[in-house]
Design a protein around this ligand. Structure first.
Ligand code: NAD
Length: 519
């Protein structure tokens, strides 16, 4: 790809990119609708119950039929991964790294085709789809760079009587990866890459909405030369495959990315048989503060992109905005105007910026949130309708919504995962901080201010793992490997080490101290 796409890329006004993407959309149409089996030891098993996934853009477009794995599939995959892990570790980090770099090149060659399929599968626009795949390519390269810089995480220690002492970081063993629907490539691949590169073998359980990307990831890894025993993909139901895998005694570590309820359930119970690391990356209720010193246009752009990008279905989406009273009306007026410019529709077409929400359950949740705002004495300032006519008839489309809920409404507290942003006036930065931090979550947060003292105070007091000041490209969204590490505090994340950041790989390894007297 000659054009470098990140989540901070503001518009797709590049002719070459558009032509390449549109050609890939046509190819993608012809490639959808196939049956995909669970993959154990390289064996593709389709003789299972099938889940049929349809596109959120148009329910007549069948994305694929996914085999629903069984607990026996999980048992076999874990056993195979366990048996092969010592050999995989013995490959050594340089050989594994070279394989990851080959995989990055293969994925880069296919970025348009994979992105177009992703666009149909999740309903992302072209920049968001290309971003999801480009981020994955960066994960390969950034983690390869990390392991090279740290020379395989082998550190020579001091010596007391001529002996050799080493601190060696070694893999835990078999790693389970459970991924969500919203970044179906980056969040299935990112943790898998981290685990594999550091010498773990992996059993991956993708979301049933998004599994196509896990299969595309598998193909890339296979072509790069990954042995079949190192990575197994078990599509299926969370309550069957996900539950069995995350509670399996043969699993040594887990990365779960998804909702708070499921993640906390796993975090509480996965260690019953023995200690093991559980990395759970969960939801958010991400706040933004706009103070009177802010550049209001920058704040409006940043909030618009972060609240409504990918139809609000990012864990990092802006869901609450606290605006200093003196600029509240001006901010809200401009935000409403900006929201009215958003084009909603089939996101494979360049003219549409906002696509559908993932399923009819999300549409019902949207309706409930809007009803709650109205019934609770709040106000819907923009949007609020489900779109069902004409081109919207067979998809899950809703308007971007700006709401001012009553202060005690659950809309302020619960993660909606929808294009709905709540706004409220506050007396200043202190009240904004108090209300921003009044949540169980702590994933991302944003500030718009041109006052150095406000900025310093906000960085010191905001309770969030990923923070941005004055970012037009996304007030709370759009972290990029090697640029911003991405992870949550409080009930948003367990590890304190963000994806795409310098501390990420550490959690896939445990330390072994080696003392050797020679002779
Ligand atoms: P989800 O929790 O419904 O599903 C996530 C995965 O868990 C899926 O693969 C699902 O099948 C599986 N699962 C469901 N029940 C399970 C169980 N009992 N045991 C084991 N696995 C089970 O989440 P989703 O709707 O796919 O994704 C949206 C959520 O993910 C949001 O809450 C969002 O904030 C969060 N998310 C967080 C991050 C982050 O980095 N913090 C990133 C993306 C998404």
């Amino acid at each position: 790809m000659s054009v470098k796409i990140t989540y901070a890329t503001m518009s797709a006004d590049n002719q070459e990119l558009n032509q390449a993407f549109e050609a890939a959309v046509e190819r993608a149409r012809g490639s959808l609708g196939q049956t995909h089996g669970v993959i154990v030891n390289g064996e593709v098993r389709t003789d299972r119950d099938l889940h049929t996934e349809v596109s959120p853009i148009d329910s007549e477009i069948v994305i694929g039929h996914y085999a629903q794995g069984t607990t026996d599939d999980v048992d076999e995959a874990v056993a195979a991964a366990r048996a092969f892990q010592p050999e995989w570790e013995a490959w050594g980090w340089e050989r594994r790294r070279d394989l990851m770099l080959r995989a990055a090149d293969i994925m880069e060659e296919r970025i348009y085709d994979i992105s177009a399929r992703l666009s149909f599968e999740i309903g992302k626009n072209r920049l968001e789809s290309l971003g999801d795949v480009a981020e994955t390519i960066e994960f390969f390269r950034y983690y390869a760079k990390q392991i090279t810089q740290h020379e395989g995480f082998i550190i020579r220690m001091g010596s007391q009587s001529g002996e050799e002492n080493l601190s060696v970081l070694r893999p835990w063993g078999v790693w389970a990866v459970v991924s969500p629907f919203n970044f179906p490539m980056a969040l299935a691949a990112g943790p898998s890459i981290g685990a594999l590169l550091t010498g773990n073998t992996v059993v991956l359980k993708p979301s049933n909405s998004g599994a196509l990307m896990a299969f595309d990831f598998y193909e890339v890894m296979k072509e790069a030369g990954l042995p079949a025993e190192a990575l197994h993909v078990i599509s299926g139901r969370g309550s069957v495959v996900g539950d069995h895998l995350t509670h399996h005694d043969g699993v040594d570590g887990i990365t779960f990315t998804g909702s708070y309820d499921v993640g906390m359930g796993i975090y509480r119970t996965a260690n019953e048989s023995r200690p093991k690391p559980v990395v759970a990356e969960m939801g958010g209720k991400n706040p933004v503060i706009v103070t009177a010193s802010a550049d209001i246009d920058t704040a409006v752009e940043g909030v618009t992109r972060a609240a409504f990008g990918l139809s609000g279905q990012k864990c990092s989406a802006t869901s609450r905005v606290y605006v200093e009273e003196s600029v509240y009306d001006d901010f809200v007026d401009r935000l409403v105007k900006r929201a009215s410019e958003i084009t909603v529709g089939d996101p494979t077409k360049s003219e549409n910026w906002m696509g559908p929400v993932i399923d009819q359950g999300a549409v019902a949740r949207y309706q409930r949130a809007i009803d709650e705002v109205e019934a609770g004495g709040g106000e819907v300032l923009y949007g609020g309708s489900v779109l069902t006519d004409g081109e919207y008839a067979r998809g899950n489309f809703v308007e971007p919504a700006i709401v001012a809920p009553a202060e005690d409404s659950w809309v302020w507290r619960e993660e909606l995962f929808l294009p709905v942003v709540a706004v409220a006036p506050v007396s200043g930065l202190d009240e904004g901080l108090e209300r921003s931090n009044d949540t169980i979550f702590g994933l991302t947060a944003g500030l718009f201010s041109r006052d150095e003292q406000e900025i310093e105070k906000w960085f010191a007091r905001i309770e969030a793992g990923t923070t941005y000041v004055n970012r037009a490209a996304g007030a709370t969204t759009g972290a990029w490997p090697d640029i911003q590490s991405f992870g949550g505090w409080k009930s948003s994340g367990t590890s304190g080490a963000g994806g795409g950041g310098p501390w990420y790989l550490r959690q896939y390894m445990r330390e072994q101290s080696r003392t050797l007297f020679r002779g």
